[in-house]
Design a binder for this molecule. Sequence first.
Ligand code: PMM
Length: 265
Amino acid sequence: MGVVNVTPDSFSDGGRWFDTTTAVKHGLHLVAEGADLVDVGGESTRPGASRVDEAEELRRVVPVVRGLASEGVTVSVDTMRARVAEQAVAAGAVLVNDVSGGLADPDMIPAVAAAEVPFVVMHWRGFSESMNSRAVYGDVVAEVLDELRQRMDAVVAGGVAPERIVIDPGLGFAKDAAHDLSLVAHLAGLHTLGRPLLVAASRKRFLGHVLAGPGSAPPPARERDAATAAVSALSASAGAWAVRVHEVRATADAVRVARAVEGAA
Ligand code: PMM
């Protein structure tokens, strides 16, 4: 899954694909590099980010979804808003990726149920403004599993078919670097939820922490793509259904290698 953030302020690529034409071109480039689907979002969720209003989010997202879908690209929409999800599906998106798992907008679950599309349910504890203060766990793996299970139950109770749910541990969302690393170490455990797994580690802070030398600062987000590809290989080998990344080439190669190794086992 390649990422197109149509935002001025996303943490790793904000402002780069902010007009429709550039964003569509970038999505097509990601497909040429090996992406099987392209995730289009119009709201930054980086820690501390404030929310964009709905009209602006629609203005950013819908033309890009339409442009990519009309080129035959499989498009998902990254949104916490039901209206954006509905209009993106009408414009050709075939999957709704809601980082709040339906918690941010009470209309989201009914909208996804009616649209009959797959729904990514991510582990989420609250909006970006406050998420760092919610990064408190006794056993992060057990708690994320438990909270995801509760969310899946709520989504199914709201009318979404269980077989349409994809789960995601929500790396970096109300989690510090140690929490993210524990979750990556235990990805295979998430299969107990019985649904396909999406892993989105791309360029995130925990990779910056891993790459920072003793006493030196983490490299900037755009220098974390090799580290991202390493997580992609680990995720593929742990049986992930998809990995969500900004730079597709290295990840596509990493996933191919993981598959070849699996085939030789
Ligand atoms: N992370 C971001 C945005 N969307 N969607 C899913 N399903 N999982 C994630 O972890 C996730 C996401 C934040 O990263 P970005 O600003 O680089 O897109």
